[in-house]
Design a protein around this ligand. Sequence first.
Ligand code: TRP
Length: 376
Amino acid sequence: MKKDIIVTPWEVKGNIDYDKLIKEFGTEKIDDKILNRIKKHTKDIHYMLRRNIFFSHRDLNWLLDEYEKGNKFFLYTGRAPSGPVHIGHLVPWIFTKWLQEKFNVELWFQLPDEEKFLFKENLTMKDTEKWTYENALDVIALGFDRRKTHFLIDTRHANLMYKEAVKVAKKLTFSSAKAAFGFTNETNIGQIFYTAMQAVPAFLPSVLAGKKIPCLIPLGFDQDVHFRYTRSVISKLGYYKPAIMHCRFLPGLQGLEKQGKMSASDEQTAIYTIDSKENVEFKIKKYAFSGGRETIKEHRKKGGNPEIDVSYQWLTFLEEDDKKLEKIYNNYKNGSLLTSELKQILIEKLNKFLKEHQRKRELAKKQVERYIYKGF
Ligand code: TRP
């Protein structure tokens, strides 16, 4: 992989060649064949699958084999609380919600409240406690089934998780962690151990049930590294290797190449779920990288470039209607749709979504406790 493309859990930058990621990390493409297999069970195909936003997987055919034999899986994903949730975080969760609904399965959602404490210089445990609560609201607001969704908070469930994490940790060496994560001798030892905690929810439901249950993890590709190594450890412990589905990165407002994936710590790349509609409008107008031409006259004549236009790219993640999207693409490309008009479409789409999300987020405040796993 070229040096100017960076994909690690803490940095994603560059013009990412997703086919290369698949090759480099030995995952498999989500192709029409597997989409048809999924469709047999889900009836329709989520737009994130149709558009190849979820583009890669590990062992999904095996997972479906088991499912077809009547061996149901559970879902697992997570969020390390460190700041406000932005639109990019929602991408895999929206898809996870769809999977939960279509397959009628349990979701285990990890909120590792120690992770970013260990990885970020200035974050205290008190901060992450606050963000755990705030971020949980965003997850609940997406509509996950309360009876089938279980939050695991690492410090709160330490009693349950630590015992399993040490079993993983015992089978991982420092040299493989170094190679996977780029750790050095200066890295604090909490960071080195952390990946063992992230492995736990992939088999904890099996521990609790006293039998092996298949697991499917939808995630952003940068998180794959955690499981690249622990998958085989999990199978050595006597559980199934989790299957994985990977999604693409939502570019930051200024584009993947310049700025990388949307980052919660950079005001100018991100739209937060709690942003006001004025703020959304301001940020899109001011920062969203445009594939339009210098002047309106030139734009009308030569047309814009939707491939590099961030507003258009975002619509591919947000607009469910294929026909609408295609029309926007064509009109932008032929110059009849101006950048300002395209931005307006995105602003309206986002604000409509956020208005509803913020309403549900308020309601979620009464429900957080009920989502937290209590069966231990
Ligand atoms: N490490 C993830 C983050 O930085 C949080 C996380 C925990 C996660 N478990 C996961 C993400 C499983 C995807 C799948 O936010």
